[in-house]
Ligand binder design. Sequence first.
Ligand SMILES: Cc1ncc(COP(=O)(O)O)c(C=O)c1O
Length: 463
Amino acid sequence: MKSIKIQLNENDIPRQWYNLAADLPTPLLPPLGPDGNPVTPDMLAPVFPMNLIEQEVSAERWIDIPEEILDILYRWRPTPLRRAVYLEKHLETPARIYYKDESVSPPGSHKPNTSVAQAWYNKQFGIKKLTTETGAGQWGSALAFACNLMGLECKVFMVRISFDQKPFRKMMMGTWGANCVASPSSETNAGRKILAEMPDTPGSLGIAISEAIEEAVTDPSGKTRYSLGSVLNHVLLHQTIIGLEAKKQLKIAGEKLPDIVIGCAGGGSNFAGLSFPFVADKINGADIKIIPVEPTACPTMTRAPFAYDFGDTACTTPLLAMYTLGHAFVPPPIHAGGLRYHGMAPLVCQAIVEGLLEPRAYHQLQSYKAAITWARTEGFIPAPETSQALAAVIEEAEKAKEEGKEKVILVNYSGHGLMDLLGYDAYLSGQLTDYELPEEELKKYTKDLENLPKAEMRKTGKW
Ligand SMILES: Cc1ncc(COP(=O)(O)O)c(C=O)c1O
C-alpha cells in the first residue's frame, strides 16, 4: 500500500526560513509614511520590536530559526503531508493530491508558526503585552496560545461578526489567558468613532487593526507592541517552514516538483508559507501553476486595483503597495471570516504583478460543496477558509481527469473547521447564498485610493 501520511523526523525540520524578497525579479515598492516618503525602520518602532522590523526589511534569502522557537514548534511540527487518496478515488482523477496538514497545531491552523516566533522576538525585546486583531478567531487564538507559553499578556480585538458567529474561538483565547473583545469596541478612539457612525456594523479586519495598534502605541509604559497575523513580510517569512517541509516530504513520496500549488489567501500568509519556496523554483525556470484563492465576496487579487493603501480603516499604518479593495471596505458577512481583508500581502501582490501567480475567486456555495465532498471522502472537516482552496483542488483534479494528465497537486490545508460548524449548519440547511461584490461597491470603496500616492506596476514580463 502507498504511504498516505508522509512524516518528517523532528531532526529534519527546516532550520532556516526562506525570504522571497531576496529572489523576486522586481523588488517590492517601499511602504510609505504620511508624508509620502518611504518609512524608516525607526518609524515602525512604536508598533513592532526592532528584531522583527529587521526581518521585515531584510533582503537575506535565508534567516536562521532560533533554537528556542524550534523547541516550541516541535509540539506539532513537522506537520504531516497527506495524500488525499480517498478524494482522488471519488473524483476518479489521475491527479495525485497532497495536502500539508497545518490543522494539527494546538489552535488548529497554520497561524502559530508565526505567533510563536513573534511572541518570542517580542519577549527577547523586553515587551510585556501584545495586542492584535482577529477575523475568524484563528489568529487571535494562535497569539493567545503563544503569549501564554511566553508569559506575555494578550489582548485581542475580534471582528464583531465572527465574535457573534464563532463564540468558541473566544473561549479558546480565554482558556489560554487572553482578553478578547468585539471590534469595533468602545475601548479605543478608533472603535468609538466607527460605532458612532455605524452602530450595527459587522466590523472588519481594518477596523480591528486600528483598535489593536491604538491600544499598543498608547500604552504609557512603552512595553506593549502590536502583532499582525498576516500580510507583512516577516509573517510570511515565518510561514515558509510549511513549504520547506512539504518540499522534503514530496521527495520522500517519490515526487519531483508539484505541477500545481494552491492555498487560500486572506492576507496571504498560509498561501505564501506553502508556495514561496516553489515560487523560487518557478523563478528559476520550473513549470508550476501557483494559485492563491479568495472569495468572490472579497475579490482583492482578482478585481481590485494595485495601489498604495493603508492596512487599516483609521489610516494609521504605513501605505503598502498592494491589491486593495480600499481601507474602508466592509465585506459582507461570509463564513470564511479570515478571507475578508481589504488588502493582500505586498510580497504576494508583487508576485502577481510579475505574473508568477494565477489568482482565482470562488463563491461561498462552491467552497462549502468542496468542503462537504472533502469531509465525506477524506474525513477531516476543513475550515471555511481552507475550503476555498479545496474548491480549486477539486476543479484542477477534474481538469486533470478531462485531460487525462497525472498532475501533482499540492494544497495547504490551513486549518480545521471544528470551531466553524455553524457555517456548515447554515450551508446544510440551505441558508447560505452566493455573493459577488457589485461593481458599484468596488468603485465606491476604491475611490479613496485616488488621493493616495500611485503604485507603479513593475514587472520583467518573463511570466
Ligand atoms: C484556517 C485559515 N486559513 C486561512 C486564513 C487566511 O489567512 P492568511 O491568508 O494569512 O493565511 C485564515 C485566517 O484567519 C484561517 O483561519
